[in-house]
Design a protein around this ligand. Sequence first.
Ligand SMILES: Cc1cc2nc3c(=O)[nH]c(=O)nc-3n(C[C@H](O)[C@H](O)[C@H](O)COP(=O)(O)OP(=O)(O)OC[C@H]3O[C@@H](n4cnc5c(N)ncnc54)[C@H](O)[C@@H]3O)c2cc1C
Length: 654
Amino acid sequence: MTFYEEIQKKTAPDWPYPVNYGKENEVSADILIIGGGVAGSHAAIQAARRGAKVAMVDKAPIIRSGSGGAGVDHWGAAFTNPCSKVTPEETMARAGDGPFGGPYSFGHLKYITAKESWEALLDMEQMGMKIRDEDDEFKGADFRDEETKLLFAYDYKNKNCLRVQGSDVKVRLYKELKKLGVAFYERIMATRLLSEGGEQGARVIGATGVNIRTGEFYIFKAKATILSTAQPLKVWVFNTELAGAYTAHDDPNLAGDGNAMGWLAGAELSLMERSQESAGPFRYPAYGTGNAHNTWYPCSIVDAKGKEIPWVDKQGNALKTVEDRIRAGGQGPEAASLIRDLSDRIAKGEYSLPFYADLPGMPKDERRAIFGLMVCHEGKTRIPVYETYTQAGFDPDKDMLQANVLPPQLAGQFIPWWDHKSKMASAAQWRDTAFLGGGGLLVDWDMKTSLEGLYAAGAQTAGGGGHAPAAATGRYCGRRAAAYAENATQPVIDRKQVDEAKAHTYAPVGREGQIGWKELQAGLCRIMQDYCGEFKNEDTLNHGLWWLNSIREGEASRTYIRNPHELGRYLEAMMRLTVGEIMMHASLARKASSQFLDFKRMDFPQMDPPEWEKFLTIRKEQGVVKAGELPLKYWLLPPYAPTYEENYKKHSGL
Ligand SMILES: Cc1cc2nc3c(=O)[nH]c(=O)nc-3n(C[C@H](O)[C@H](O)[C@H](O)COP(=O)(O)OP(=O)(O)OC[C@H]3O[C@@H](n4cnc5c(N)ncnc54)[C@H](O)[C@@H]3O)c2cc1C
């Protein structure tokens, strides 16, 4: 027996489910939701409440699937909550339409979020999620509004980011979906979109999928389809053991399937050239060590000798008290932070490692809000951090929590991740999909993609990301898709297209290959690191495309699978391969560097030349890649109305 036979035959674990590769199941619905995470669930609820027959397909069990399945503690952009001092219109008037991506933030999505984030949170309250301090635990705290009992984070003056108790947010959504009769198709990976006449660019009328336990095949027919499979992850780095990596932090099922499926169907994507420096694989798992930012904001940090690290505002002015930090705002580039030259000052001996999060030194309410409310309901913290540490005897009233021990040059752990000048503990070519505001499907004011019948929401859209934006755009998208489906004709499936999807799905079944899916994936990541890393040019990108194609024709056709689970992982690798191709094509199209996009073309080094300040779009038409462009703020230009209010009124369906 050869080495490969040994791996394939002898070491394959016994498979506990009956396997029926190729067996067909047909499902019909008004609305098909692909990806039952935060956005997909809110979309399904809205569509079902409008009487639509909804089918929801997810790779994972919907009760906990997606990045939101692990919980939510910050509910942002709640500009219509009764305490907010900023209106949706005022926030849109601020420069750049939002902090993440500056001018490349998609204003219509930001506005929809600003209008509906609070409404989506009220939906969650109706479903039983705690969004107020009902037990008066924080009575009298600076961040509590006494009348509504709402708790705020970061900016206690303007009050638009709420502290919520959302560790079970997906369980609440799941129960509501069940109550509304949404049909679940769980552990089924959607693999291809189906279109009218089987034509690329035509109306989308459903999808195919494969059950990753039984191997059975699914044909979903729908009048309208919503893609909500979130952003692609593990495109540059595939390693589940490097627990600090951002890619290990999010839901491991996210491979960019919706982007790949949309692309193959002919939908337009944007911002696919955007990526960011990796947060670094050698960090500790997020929130499990002392910190000063995000969930731990605004915790004081002291050095090994008890000397406190000062805080500064955006302009570098010293912030003397904890209250000053809060007044300066704590998320995004406007944020207050620890001194930005901390690394240099450690190197000079001014501060001694290791550092500690000084919870006992914080005002009582702040301390309890950080450890107990935020570190508890924040994703992936309830059991591994809050419960485990507490049971082990950690007491935030008395104990400090040590921060990551890193050499001075890597003390960037304290530098917010959006500060691109910081070099995190990562190789330069290890990149991540941009956090909030990365590439994806382009949607209009109806949240419709460029294809009839195909809608998108959440991190699936270009510029999407974050829990509240996913919930808000999901509920809006669900309404729009339901309205479309009301008048849409019944879909007619093209059998040839189904057969092609089937052939693609089962290609590795029974194959005597020498390559496992993990090796295939690792090889793809190498190509992305080497040819689409921090620095790129026309040659590296063209070489990269050549290599990806070579892997598609070579290694991918020699990859074996031993069960339906491995089939799913192989299909995900193929999705990432397609996503890598889209990223390289998009990177070739942008012939300029951009600070905002963290995009460095060595052959076009000038940063943000004015003629390149525009969105690039990319799609496939009859197999040929077509690049296009859109002006910044195109969502307020014809054919749209010139103001956010008018567009919202016309399109929101309210
Ligand atoms: C640990 C953690 C903590 C976070 N905390 C916060 C927070 O406090 N505040 C905040 O604003 N944001 C937070 N986020 C981010 C937030 O959770 C995400 O932005 C949000 O979940 C995005 O929603 P989504 O619906 O677009 O994607 P997701 O919720 O990730 O859902 C995507 C779904 O698509 C499914 N899927 C993927 N591919 C396929 C396929 N081919 N077929 C079928 N199904 C598929 C997946 O299984 C998944 O269920 C956190 C994220 C993490 C990981």
